[in-house]
Each structure stands twice: as structure tokens, then as C-alpha cells.
Design a protein around this ligand. Sequence first.
Ligand code: RNT
Ligand code: ZN
Length: 414
Amino acid sequence: MTRYEYAKDMYAKIGIDTEAAIEKLSALPISMHCWQGDDVVGFDSKEALSGGIQTTGNYPGKATTPDELMADIDKACSLIPGKKKLNLHASYAIFENGEFADRDAIEPKHFAKWVAYAKERNMGIDFNPTFFSHPMVKDNLTLSSPDEEVRAFWVRHGKACLKIAEYFAQETGVPCVMNIWIPDGYKDIPADRFAPRARFKKSLDEILSIDYDKEKVYITLESKVFGIGLESYTVGSAEFSLSYVNYKGITPLMDNGHYHPTEVVSDKISSLLLFNEKIALHVTRGVRWDSDHVVIFDDETKEIAKEIVAHDALDRVFIATDYFDASINRVAAWVIGLRNVQKAMLTALLTPHAALAALQDSANTTKILATQEELKTYPFGDVWNEYCSRCGVPVGESWFEEIEKYEAEVLSKR
Ligand code: RNT
Ligand code: ZN
């Protein structure tokens, strides 16, 4: 009997079909953020990263050209099991032959290379307007700016991105999630909390006033509680974002680094699923704050996965990663984080949710706790290894040898 066969039997005894779990997980797309590869720099400006987010570290070998970034994404994908979608930011527009278009004038053609890349790999594409790291961000404000020139510029950017999102969906045949996140806010106590939010609402209304195919593009709005230099007030707070989403019938996006430290996204998912057809997630890891550390296989990531699986919402939740660590090998950072998202999902798929829920309904909370704790020592690793091997990616820590080789042969030569 192989280790997998043994594990399969053990899970079968508690009513879990490991084959079905592997099959479900193989079909679940995880949207991989391109910006881990170059510290959120992009190709369209020489501006430093702004918007209250921060990368720290200067590990050698970061991608500085589209070809390098694409090669690094390929390397990472070859070491991550499961289905991937590509998540791009507008700042990753590719300009050729000396051509340039500012953020408010970008067009689908500036992303044609990404489309060709995704099509060759059978990937869908998600998209993000880039409302940061640009000279038109004035006083940390974009869509909520009182300066009409600034506000209008970013509205045009949003509209331009919507066209590009439609183009991605059209070309790849996979719906595109277009996520709006603005960094707007104030470092210290604002005199007026209302007007910036009213302007943000107006700007979103303007962007969404253009016609788009709602079957092809899902617009999501990402809330946030604070940013570096924006500690006292963010325009796109949780209440603003949820209310706006409900008012317009778009999709909410929760980033698990964007709440007060004792709040957990795992506890928010069920409420949002009750009132929204679809929801979206940015899976990250906050260390004390929204620090965007590489996702690890920790309790909260598992709990998030559990909420998706237990409510049978695999096809209602858009799962994306969002973190950026410049202090370690960037390709490895992708691999570690995405393998951990996959592990969390697999753990959830190997949990007898219905049986546990029945215990809750019969008030047998003692048995719930006992079962949950016993499940922690089930042979999860053997199912995980089987899954990796069936996906054709390295099993166990052997993937790291590939990273060392890639670093020696490619990254260190940059
Ligand atoms: C920032 C948000 C946002 C960004 C990316 C780069 O706090 O999480 O999603 O990380 O758009
Ligand atoms: Zn995010």
C-alpha cells in the first residue's frame, strides 16, 4: 500500500473522498499577482512605489523587463500545482518602439503581449487599474481629489482599464475580474471625512457609467483601513466599499491585510456570500499590519479556505494572491505563497464540513473541538504530495532545487 492509498482509506473512513478533493482543487483557478516579481514597479513609470504600500529588501535579480517578468512567472508556475490565472496591474502595460501612453490613455494594444502570453498558457487574466506611483497622484489623492483635473485624470484611467478588462475577457474567453483599489486618505485627523467619500462615489459612478459586459467583466472594490502615511483615514473604508458594492451591484473584494488586527476575513465571508452572488479575495499575510508578507500555511489562511469550501462557494469566490517581498528570492516567494493557498484549499476539501455542522446543530460542541483537533494529524501531506505529483510539479521541498538553479543560471546574471 502506498502512503497515498493509506491516506485515502483513512479519509474515506470519515466520509472524505480524496480523489474528489484532488479533482476539485485541480480545476480551481487562483489568480497569481504579477507584482511579486518586480516589487510592484511595473513598466510605465520611473516613480517610486507610493500609495501607502511598501516593499522592503533588495534581493538581487528582480525582473525589470516584460520578458524577464514573464520568464519568472513561468518558472514559478512550473513549481505551483493547480490552475492559475494571471493578475496584472495597469502599470504593466508594454510599450514598444519608443511609444508611450499615459495611464489615462492606455489601450488594449498595450497589453497584447500579455494576452498572447496568457493564451499560450491557457490562462485567464484579471486586471487592476493602478491608482498609485504616478505624478497625477496629488496629496495622496486620486478619485477623491478636490482637484478636478486630478480626479478627471483618474476617472479616465478607470474607464480605459474597463475597456482593457473587456478585451482580456474577450480574448481569453475567461471572465476578467477588474479590481479597484485607491490609496486615497490622510495621515492625520481629517477636517472633512464626507467630501472625499462623496467625490470617490461620484468618480466610481462616472467610471461605471460606460457600458460593459457584466458577464465578461466583474468589477470589484477593495476596501482598506489604513496605509503608511494614511494612518488616520482612508476614503475607501470597509463601510464605504460594501455600501457602494451593494448600491451598484458590483462585487466586494476583501484583502485580509486590510482590517483591524483582531478582525478576520474568515469571519466575514459567510455574510458577504449571503448578500452577493460573487465575492473576491486578496490572500496575503499581515504581520502586525498590512505588511503583505508571503502567505504561509497558517490558521487564518486555512480558515478562509474552509469558509469557501464549507459553503460550497468554490465557483462564487475569486481567489487572488496579493503580497510583495523584496527581501527573498522573488520567484520562491510566489511559489511558497501560492503552494500554501493550494494547501489551505486542499485541507478544507479534506474536512467533513457537513458532519461538523450537524454536530453544531445538535449542540455537540465538545465533539466539534475534539474532531477538529484530531483532523490536524491526519495524513494531509500524503494527499498533498499525490496532488503535486499528478499536477506534474515537484513533490515536497524538491522544488527549491529548481529555484537555486534558476537563481544561479538566470537571476544572478541580471
Ligand atoms: C494595497 C492593496 C492592493 C495592492 C495591489 C498592488 O493595500 O492590497 O490590492 O496591494 O493593487
Ligand atoms: Zn490587496
